[in-house]
Design a protein around this ligand. Structure first.
Ligand code: GLP
Length: 260
């Protein structure tokens, strides 16, 4: 695990975009896993800017999103289809037929989820998966007690996660109970993982994720088992880490050839 601490969300978002851009430049057919939430917004803004100003080419990549609400039409403003269109898809030259976002309107959910897994495999597996983290340690929508070996499937949101999402829907009672999400096992199959966490309200869960025991109660802690995960944090989100001085020291002394 590598922990990189940046002064603020803006510079962390820029570094995340640089890392993803270098994956795409090295491998134009890269398969990229995308997240939603407020955290990745500066990251998407930089990807869009790099497309416009630096010619970053998305035309051959394939994308897979982590999750979506069950029962929401794609054009619902709170859907992750709408989020991705707003923050990335409409601004860059990605091929629409290679954009995959779980379909919350799927009629046969179990077979749809199996197909989502098959589509990831057929595309060659995810080269880089970007993640946010919920305050309870969820990644994608893998709520606490999700199996650490889970695959894409339906999940029931906790009361707190429904509350946290109420703003997007206007009120809590409009937030769906169910979502489709890649599993923890699906996420762990990605070749590289980049988790972004910003702000003091994420400090406690970041510390439990990086330095606590691996446990289904903190699904993100499963990332400790992954061979190439980078935690990209701003200062407030890193404040609870007991080894913070060591992470800074490692980053300062990183060999040039390993730098992003
Ligand atoms: C939702 C998403 C997660 C995301 C989380 C954190 O639950 N399904 O993928 O990580 O929100 O959201 P935010 O970045 O707004 O804190």
């Amino acid at each position: 695990m590598e922990v990189i601490i940046q002064p603020d969300a803006e510079s962390a978002g820029l570094l995340a975009a640089r890392i993803v851009a270098s994956v795409i430049r090295d491998k134009p057919h890269a398969v990229v896993g995308f997240p939603t939430g407020s955290t990745p917004i500066p990251f998407y803004a930089h990807l869009v800017r790099m497309h416009r100003e630096e010619g970053l080419d998305f035309s051959r990549i394939t994308t897979f999103n982590l999750d979506e609400f069950v029962g929401l039409p794609h054009d619902h403003p709170a859907s992750y289809h709408a989020y991705m269109d707003k923050h990335l898809i409409r601004h860059v030259n990605v091929a629409r037929d290679r954009v995959h976002i779980p379909d919350g309107m799927a009629a046969d959910i179990p077979s749809y989820c199996r197909k989502y897994e098959d589509d990831i495999r057929t595309a060659g597996g995810i080269d880089i998966q970007i993640l946010g983290i919920g305050p309870d340690g969820h990644i994608g929508f893998n709520e606490p007690t999700s199996s650490l070996g889970s695959r894409t499937r339906i999940k029931t949101l906790t009361r707190q996660t429904r509350r946290d999402n109420a703003v997007e829907f206007g009120s809590e009672d409009k937030v769906p109970f169910h979502v489709l999400t890649m599993g923890v096992g699906t996420i762990l199959d990605s070749r590289m993982i980049l988790l972004l966490a910003f702000g003091a309200k994420k400090a406690e869960i970041v510390a439990r994720t990086v330095e606590g025991p691996v446990a289904a109660l903190v699904p993100a802690s499963a990332l400790q088992l992954h061979p190439q995960t980078v935690f990209l944090l701003d200062e407030p989100a890193a404040a609870g880490l007991s080894k913070i001085d060591y992470y800074r020291y490692v980053y300062e002394h990183k060999p040039d050839w390993q730098k992003y």
